[in-house]
Write a protein that binds this ligand. Sequence first.
Ligand code: SF4
Length: 454
Amino acid sequence: MGTEVLEERKKSILTKDFCCSGDGSGISCEKASVSGSVSQRACVYCGARVVLNPITDAYHIVHGPIGCASYTWDIRGSLTSGSTIFRNSFSTDLRERDVIFGGAKKLTAAIDEIVQQESPRLIFVYATCIVGVIGDDVEAVCREAEEKYGIRVIAVKAPGFSGTKTLGYKMACNALMQLIRPHAGQVDKTKRHGINILGDFNLAGEMWIIQNYFKHIGIDVISTFTGDASYDTLIKAPTAALNIVQCAGSSAYLANEMEEEFGIPFLKVSFFGVEDTTNSLLRVAYAIGDAKTIRLTEEFTSSESGKAELFLKKYRPHLEGRRAAIYVGGGFKAISLIRQFNEMGIRTVVVGTQTGKQEDYEVIRTLVDEDTVILDDANPAELERFMQEQHADILVGGVKERPLAYKLGIAFCDHNHERKHALGGYEGVRNFTQEINLSINSPVWECLRPAAGL
Ligand code: SF4
C-alpha cells in the first residue's frame, strides 16, 4: 500500500480505484492547489518570468527580496543570437526597512541606475510577494520612468501568492500586449504576411530549428515569443498574418488577445515528435501558404518523417514494452510526449501536468490505456506512489521531479528548461530517442534498485 492520497486531491487524480469520471472528463483542474499538499507548481512571479525572460535585450528588475531574483537565466537556459543582457538579474533587494517604509524609492533608484549605466530600451519590473503585501505603486513608478526617459518600462504585477503559475503567464502576456499595442495602429492589414511563433523559448536552440523549417518551406517568421526575441522583433508582431502557438499553457492567452485586438488568427501546434511536427508544418502551410509552399512542405515533411521513422525503427527493439511516467507543465506537451512514446513503442503509465486544462485531459484519456494514472497538480508523494505502483521505467519531467525518480532508482529525462540538447522538431526526435534509450537501458538501475530495496 503506497502513501495515502489526501481526500481533497482525489478529484484531481484519475485511476481505476478512485476516479472523477469514467471517461476522463470531470477531472478537477485549473484550480488553486490544495493547501498543504506540497504542489510542484511554481509561483505567479516565476510563471511571468518564464515567458518574459528569454527577450534577449530586456532588463528584468525583480522588485522584492534577493531570493526571488535567483529565478533567472541559470535555470531557464534559452539561447540567444544577439544580446546577452537577459542572462543577468537585477534586484531591488528589499529589506526589513523597505517593508516598513515602502520600496518605491528604491525601485526608482534601480531604474535610474540601469538607465544611466546601460541605456536600455525595455525594462520589465516584477512585483513579488512582499510588494503585493506592502502595496508599492509599481505601475506609477514605471509610468514616471517611461515619461522621464522615453523608454518602455513595464510593470508585471506578479506577487507569488496571488494565484498559480498560470496567472503569471497571463501577467506576462498582458505585459507583451502593452509592449506591442502602440505599434499595431500603423499596420496595413492588407499587407500582412508571415507568422509569429508563440510559446517557444529557444531552449537548446529549438526555436532556430523551427525557424529553419519555415525558411525552407518559404514562410517568413516575423516575431518569436519569446525565444531569441528582441525589442525590435517583438514590435513587428502585429504585421504577421498568423500566430502559431507551441506552448499553449503559457501563450494561448496572448494569441487570443492578439486575435481580438489585431485580428490575427492563431493555430495551436506542437513540434515534439514526428507526427506532431509533420502535422503542424502542414497545417501552417495549408493556412497561409501558396501552392508552391504547400508542395515544398509536403515534400519536406514526407522526406524528414521518413528518415525519422527509419531512425525510430532502429531503436524500437530496445524500447518496446517499457513503461513511462510523464509530469510536465502543460497539457499540450504531455499529449505530444504520449504520442512520441507511442511512436517508440513505450507505454505511458502515469501522466500529469501542473496547469493542464479540461480539454487536454480529455485528449490524454483517449491516448492512454484504461489503467494509466492521470493527475493534475500532483505532489511528490503522489508521483512517487504512482510511479512505483505502475512500475515506471523512466520519468520525463523538470528539475523538481529529477530527484524523485533517482531516489526510486528510476531513469529520468529532463524535458524542461534545463535540457541541454534540442528536443523539438525532427532533430529533437533523434535526440530524445537516444536520451531515452541511454537512460532507460543504463545498467545503473539494476544496481540501484536492489540496493534501495526496490
Ligand atoms: S512565492 Fe513570492 S517570495 Fe517566493 S519566489 Fe515567488 S514572488 Fe518571490
